[in-house]
Design a protein. Structure first.
Length: 362
């Protein structure tokens, strides 16, 4: 079936994934790894998922300039036109603005989805269906949409979306966003029933998001708008090299979504994980009888050991004795053993290793 040529995607693939250290490094972040053991990297899996709904040539990869070669190696089918390269790290708002301006210049009728490269979505048919509902809504009116995930427990690591109930349509108006609440607040949100997790998947027309930037981030909009003649030409790289770092370091949530009054959401019909930590990866992978997860290991001996996730650098025999609920990760140059209860400390441990032993561990 011929796909709608007005459909575009911005695939976000510029993060470092420091909570998956020591496997995820600045030189080779998690989106380029096969974290789930599927034979595909997270980037490749996300591209394939988007390709079900969107012409492959309309999927733009937004990444740091340092990862240009990695993206080309893993997605050899894309053209240079589909690469949007950030010369500096400036969070999600500037790069989304840049990609939106480029797409709008190419196709003023474009409808786009912004999707992180490192999410797990098992039911891809349900994702495609929800995406189509969202595209149709954004075609009908000038709105900014997000997909909300029905929460299964009071997770304090996700942002939350409060929606306004409606019996007439599955597309709900958004009242407010709350970023990573404490446990008591998250528990209260679940009891109220009209809160969902913020998946960070956004849908809108190029025109609508650019109007929002012009209204709420006018200085940033003018900074990039000044380069519109250079966009999609050989002059683009020079313009970005000179101007991109001048943009503020701000997320799309703070820059636009918490300010605009035309935000709507659709509750997703698919299971989802942001795969943000080793613990979240453990939840998505199959467990053995002792509830252990082993990745890349050749053989596993377990003696009074359960609920662990083990990942080694190559096929190895791993012996666990008296260890429960731990993250055990081995690479060529590092071994990390951390309780799953302390997985949020991995970022701090990474920073300590860099401080004491140098950028090798970055």
């Amino acid at each position: 079936m011929k796909k709608n040529q007005n459909y575009y995607a911005i695939l976000m693939a510029g993060g470092v994934g420091s909570r998956f250290w020591p496997v995820s490094r600045a030189s080779y972040p998690k989106q380029f790894h096969d974290m789930l053991g599927t034979g595909k990297s997270l980037l490749q899996s996300t591209f394939s998922r988007l390709e079900n709904s969107i012409p492959s040539e309309n999927i733009f990869i937004l990444t740091n300039a340092n990862y240009q070669n990695l993206v080309k190696e893993q997605l050899p089918q894309i053209s240079d036109r589909q690469l949007v390269l950030e010369p500096a790290m400036r969070n999600t708002a500037p790069c989304i603005l840049l990609a939106s301006l480029k797409i709008y210049k190419e196709n003023p009728n474009a409808l786009m989805v912004v999707a992180p490269s490192d999410h797990w979505i098992e039911d891809e048919d349900a994702f495609a269906k929800d995406l189509q509902i969202s595209f149709d809504a954004c075609q009908r009116q000038s709105i900014l949409m997000t997909l909300g995930i029905q929460p299964s427990f009071p997770n304090t690591g996700y942002g939350y979306i409060k929606s306004i109930d409606s019996e007439k349509t599955p597309i709900l108006a958004v009242e407010k966003f709350t970023e990573k609440p404490d446990y008591a607040t998250a528990k209260q949100f679940l009891s109220e029933g009209n809160y969902t997790w913020n998946a960070g998947i956004f849908i809108w027309s190029a025109k609508a998001i650019l109007e929002a930037f012009q209204t709420f981030q006018n200085e940033m909009f003018c900074l990039f708008e000044a380069g519109k003649e250079a966009f999609n030409t050989r002059g683009e790289a020079d313009f970005l090299e000179e101007n991109y770092a001048k943009a503020p370091n701000i997320s799309i949530d703070y820059a636009i979504l918490e300010k605009a009054n035309n935000i709507f959401m659709l509750t997703a019909s698919f299971d989802w994980s942001d795969l943000g930590t080793w613990g979240s990866l453990y939840e998505e992978l199959p467990k053995n009888e002792q509830e252990n997860v082993a990745v890349n290991t050749k053989q596993l001996i377990e003696i009074n050991a359960s609920k662990n996730i083990v990942r080694t650098s190559q096929n190895k025999l791993v012996v666990l004795e008296g260890i429960n609920n731990y993250i055990i990760v081995e690479t060529d140059d590092a071994l990390v053993i951390v309780s799953k209860d302390k997985e949020q400390d991995i970022k701090k441990i990474r920073n300590q290793a860099i401080k004491e032993f140098g950028d090798l561990y970055k």
